[in-house]
Design a protein around this ligand. Sequence first.
Ligand code: HMG
Ligand code: MG
Length: 286
Amino acid sequence: RPSNHVTIVEMAPRDGLQNEKRLIGAETKIELVDLLSDCGFERIEVTSFVSPKWVPQLSDAADVMAGIKRKPGVRYAVLTPNMQGFEAALAAGADEVAIFASASESFSVRNINCSIAESIERFRPVAAASRDRGIPLRGYVSCVVECPYEGAVPPANAASVARQLQELGCYEVSLGDTIGRGKPEAVDRMLEAVLAALPASMLAGHFHDTSGRALDNIGVALDRGLRVFDAAAGGLGGCPFAPGAKGNVDTVSVHRYLALHGFETGLDEEKLAHAAAFASSLRSPV
Ligand code: HMG
Ligand code: MG
């Protein structure tokens, strides 16, 4: 790929809808995924196979996966925190699975009910099973710069967890500013540490936009050589276990920002605008 190609991984159906207050029906989610499938994304994160007690919004994961129209060339990815989730994802025909860890201990416990070290052990069989089945495995590190419970997170902690995910077999590690409060200077220091452990080609940026700095953070990451970014149509999202966190950076803004800086994404602007309008209409009134 030319170095001016940037991949945007679309997050609205998963990160976006996991945090909506009102329950959204599977039919509506399917409509959103189908609209996104038409936009030219290489990867769409559709849902999560997590405990329905923890994330009731995505308890219809299997129905959504069964209902979407799969467009050839698009990889439909899901989150899988453990073997139970992995097996359900496999049964639902997921093309890619993601395990998700944290750079901060408190967020790990709040989000997945175990320490960082325990989470890595829990992911080990998921990684082995995905390797056996030939299913691409992605990894997330949450709270790479800021934690809602601990404040600033040392860059070395983000680097260490990213390395552990890579050692488990993740082909890519997505670095999450989960609460969207990371300043570009802090993101740059974090990236410097992570890049000492992993090449830029194995990293993605996942910026929430609470402080309105997500595009600046993408700029810093582009300068550091990253070429994959997560974004959500309509700017939907947040994490139920990260109080105050706003949505993922909005896909339309990222697309526009990238175009302005000479990068191409392969996305169809008109179709994207249409999908984003639909996504925005799903946002709960504030
Ligand atoms: P636990 O309670 O410790 O799990 O939760 P457990 O193994 O003791 O099981 C308890 C119950 O959950 C059992 O049911 C299991 O069957 C069920 P019961 O016997 O009580 O009826 N269960 C499941 N059900 C369906 N699918 C599963 C599953 N696993 C167990 N996979 C667990 C541990 C990890 C399951 C839980 O904490 C959980 O589901 N957490 C998910 C949290 C989550 O989805 N957070 C949001 C995504 S992460 C994020 O947004 C950040 C990201 O965007 C990047 C960034 O922004 O930084 C990725
Ligand atoms: Mg997120």
